[in-house]
Unconditional design. Structure first.
Lengths: 295, 405
């Protein structure tokens, strides 16, 4: 067993890094879908906005100041995207998921093309900030420091989001709005503000994931679609509207994408969707999803 | 209520139109004339290049190579003014083949040039075979594209197997390959052909293949699981075939996970060609690739080509630009002295060309309508503020199907 862990340590760590990044990306999608019942297919495009923001602000010299500035700008841009998307999908609230999907897919296409117009079709890479751009030795194998940092940031964010939603007044308000919006409104709370806030925060996190993912995945056309699919799989596996589900789903997908591919390289392309199909068969509402009737 | 319903619909309509117009407009072929008013003597050329999607940067380079040749020759090919119709081949044959069909049927072009995607080129082969038009493929590397009985399909680029074979034969004898080599490639036609060519070359030279891997094409963001296998395989060198975004990710991760210092990386030259090398930056330092061209080649034709290309675009030329520049040069020769512009007459002219002496890649000739050419070993080296593919040595002259030769 220790030999097995030794041989696969890098894959396991890497799965953790991918999982943490996926959690930051998918938690917004999950909350918006589960709590507000809005299928936001523009979520990947918001990630793309974050990735290109990182490229634009750190191009040439990825200093700490620039990297932190990129994070700040991406959070604001992501938040604005979320507010706009919330406002756009609001009139469609009673029209079912297909209309929302059509609208947000259109937004995703437009955002993707705008980014293309601004940055061209080339594949761009984003540097990690100084100190994080090298590799460290782990039991004789080198591992990029930046990915270790992503694991740290991801876990801290996961705890923070969990505490906010489960242990604070605002979190209670969010959960109450999901459970019974009419009751919350009758207590004098404007539920629209809660929904706007959740949407904005979710999209800000997606844009943040874009910046954090920059030094790993770079910025390129089509990246938004790739990460959207991963995020959707995370939501399906973890269950909609559940922080715990998003975290477990993201970590599972991270390991499937990393350790799974290392152990079963010939089945690499099927593993992800095989896992999703398995979860759908055994627990259609996802590992931690609310009862199917609610969603 | 009615008002909101209307505005909702209007909003959807606007979004739809906007989405359609931004994604769809690339497909509309634009007419572009250069030179004098055509008349009966004009040559109508259909340039098929990717203008959207993952291959779009290649299309930009190909267009620049074409434009440069025309600008250098007064907008004429073989003494005829040129009427150019540019069509978007997109990413895949579902878009590329209809684009070729439109050029042949609606625009009634005399000849076709371009095509990046091998599957699109194979589809275009059927179209030009029926229409008896000349097609000069200026990138697609499918091994068997020009072999066979369609006399109208010619190629100014390379074959996937040709480049892979050259690396394999080199590694069989190089000290890095003494302990055997690992082959890893994207799992699609080009990657599989390059890998097969590499293995054939390695075996022909008496080298040993340790193991091989095919990574899912287009969906692999993270190569770490595969890199772990390469690392523990005990191979002395690693050959790979990647292009575009995958080339950037692969080379960066190969360095980040500490393989670059232990197992030297080799590849087909597309790995470090053009824009991807910029994105790879210093992670690509020391990567050695084989290709039939580098902007660093030291011959008079290339020096003139690089200088003119730089003056026009501000960048050094890529292999994609060079191949399309060469395609224009071939067409120039073929049209000159041809008694007609149909496929049979022009193909006959190309058959009689013999050696192409003044190409920036060095002299080459046709074998089965594809280039038999010198393949160079190049190493990524810092130069000025960036990186270049410095020429290390000539690996020899290879035909389009060296494995079967």
């Amino acid at each position: 067993m220790p030999e097995w862990i030794d041989a696969n340590l890098v894959s396991i760590l890497n799965g953790l890094a991918i999982g943490c990044l996926l959690f930051i990306l998918a938690v917004g999608l999950s909350l918006v879908f589960g709590m507000m019942d809005v299928l936001n297919l523009a979520h990947g495009a918001v990630y793309l906005v974050g990735a290109y923001t990182a490229y634009a602000l750190t191009d040439g010299a990825a200093t700490w100041t620039r990297f932190v500035a990129a994070i700040a700008v991406a959070l604001v841009l992501g938040g604005v995207c979320g507010l706009v998307l919330a406002a756009m999908t609001r009139p469609l609230a009673r029209r079912g998921h297909l209309d929302q999907a059509l609208l947000t897919l259109g937004v995703a296409l437009v955002l993707g093309e705008l980014v293309l117009l601004a940055f061209g079709e080339d594949v761009l890479s984003v540097g990690a900030p100084p100190g994080l751009d090298g590799s460290v030795d782990l039991l004789g194998r080198s591992y990029p420091v930046y990915r270790l940092a992503v694991i740290g940031v991801g876990l801290v964010l996961a705890i923070a989001v969990y505490v906010v939603v489960e242990r604070t007044r605002i979190g209670a308000l969010i959960r109450a709005t999901v459970a019974d919006r009419a009751m919350v409104e009758s207590l004098g709370v404007d539920s629209r503000k809660v929904l706007l806030g959740v949407f904005a925060a979710g999209c800000a996190l997606a844009a943040l994931a874009g910046v954090l993912g920059g030094p790993i995945y770079g910025a390129r056309p089509g990246l938004g679609e790739s990460v959207l699919i991963l995020a959707l799989v995370v939501v399906v596996i973890g269950g909609m509207g559940s922080i715990k589900g998003a975290l477990i789903g993201a970590l599972v997908i991270g390991q499937i994408e990393s350790l799974g591919r290392a152990l079963l390289p010939d089945q690499a392309s099927f593993l992800l969707f095989a896992a999703m199909a398995l979860v759908l068969l055994v627990r259609p509402q996802g590992l931690f999803g609310a009862r199917a009737g609610l969603v | 209520m009615i008002e909101t319903a209307l505005s909702r619909r209007q909003m959807l309509g606007v979004m739809g139109v906007a989405a359609l117009s931004v994604t769809g407009c690339g497909s509309v072929g634009g007419d572009e004339e250069s030179g004098d008013e055509g008349g009966s003597t004009a040559l109508k050329v259909g340039l098929v290049i990717p203008q959207a999607g993952v291959y779009a940067p290649l299309g930009v380079d190909m267009k620049a190579g074409w434009d440069l040749y025309l600008a250098e020759h007064g907008g004429k090919l073989g003494g005829r003014s040129v009427k150019l119709v540019v069509a978007d081949e997109g990413e895949a044959p579902d878009k590329g083949v209809p684009a070729v069909q439109r050029l042949v049927q609606r625009d009634d072009v005399d000849v076709l040039v371009g095509i990046v995607n091998s599957a699109t080129a194979l589809g275009a082969k059927d179209v030009v075979a029926g229409a008896k038009k000349l097609l000069i493929v200026s990138n697609a590397g499918a091994d068997k594209l020009t072999a066979g009985d369609v006399p109208y399909v010619w190629r100014s680029s390379f074959t996937n197997g040709q480049i892979g074979f050259a690396v394999g034969e080199y590694l069989a004898k190089a000290p890095e390959g003494r302990d055997g080599a690992y082959a890893i490639a994207a799992d699609y036609a080009a990657g599989n052909e390059a890998s097969a060519g590499f293995k054939a070359g390695l075996e022909a030279g008496g080298g040993k293949l340790i193991d091989e891997a095919a990574t899912p094409f287009g969906t692999t963001q993270d190569f770490q699981p595969f890199l772990s296998k390469v690392r523990s395989s005990g191979a002395g060198a690693c050959y790979c075939f990647y292009a575009g975004a995958e080339a950037v990710a692969f080379v960066k991760q190969y360095q980040e996970f500490g393989l670059a210092d232990r197992i030297p990386l080799f590849g087909s030259g597309f790995l470090t060609e053009g824009g991807v090398l910029e994105a790879q930056g210093k992670a690509a330092t020391g990567v050695r690739t084989a290709l039939h061209y580098s902007a660093e080649l030291d011959n008079p034709a290339n020096q003139a080509f690089v200088k003119a290309y730089r003056a026009k675009t501000g960048k050094p030329p890529t292999v994609y630009a060079m191949q399309t520049w060469d395609a224009a040069a071939l067409l120039d020769q073929a049209v000159k002295g041809a008694d007609a512009l149909d496929g049979d007459a022009l193909a006959k002219r190309l058959e009689s060309l013999g050696e192409v002496a003044d190409s920036p890649r060095g002299a080459w000739s046709f074998e089965d309508r594809s280039p038999k050419q010198t393949v160079y070993l190049r190493e990524v080296t810092p130069k000025g503020s960036g990186f270049v593919n410095a020429i290390e040595e000539e690996l020899g002259s290879f035909g389009p199907a060296p494995a079967s030769a």
